[in-house]
Design a protein around this ligand. Sequence first.
Ligand code: NI
Length: 264
Amino acid sequence: MEQRRGTFRKQVAFLLAVVLLDGALLGTAGGVAGSFWGTHTPYATSRGTGLAAGSVAAGSTAPETAVTADGSLAGSTPEVPKLVALTFDDGPHKTCTPKLLDGLKERNVKATFFLMGENIVGKEDLVRRMQEEGHLIGNHSYRHIQLTHAGEDAVCEAIEKTETMIEEITGVRPGYLRPPYGDWNESLECRMNLTTVFWSVDSLDWKLKNTKQIVKRVKKETGEGDIILMHDIFPTSVEAALQIVDQLQSQGYTFVTVDELLID
Ligand code: NI
């Protein structure tokens, strides 16, 4: 349900440059520049700063260490948590989303949900619950269409409508947008005062619909600072997400909402 498009070439290249300059090239970011489908593309754009930075801390900020005469490590070497973000698009879903929320709550994990306006109707309680349980709620527009084909006014209206729906339920106006299919361009961006969030690991959960395969793929692709794309509208995705949490937590990862990974 999500697909990269060539319109982001410039942004990708730019972020890659930012990341390189920062010395924080993520282990898997090498495949970014030429590919827009199914590869790591760790970036986000921020309306506020005009640039974006899906770049994340841990890789570039590990403290220097020194070895003392007796071979032990000197200075402070506090454990830098390995941060990762789970994101769920296209919901809320009547049965899958509550199940996911239960599992996340049991594990004390916070995630990010990019909600589709038309799916919110009748499921306001789930939206309220997401907020009460500490998840970040973002905007996935009103319907699942390619925004660059819709015309600027229609796009802004659809996004605005979803903003208002969420705000009326939670009292908080979402600050983050994930365009359906990752389909976006700069002319749309200049109208919306939202931070656009893409992803760096595509679980392909919508296509695989197989818990084991989703878990395997995400585990293989994920490193620190990654933003994992999933959809809380399939039972296999919910089951996979919870297994991913358990397995990555056991490897020392901490799950955070995307606002904790993005610099804006
Ligand atoms: Ni979607």
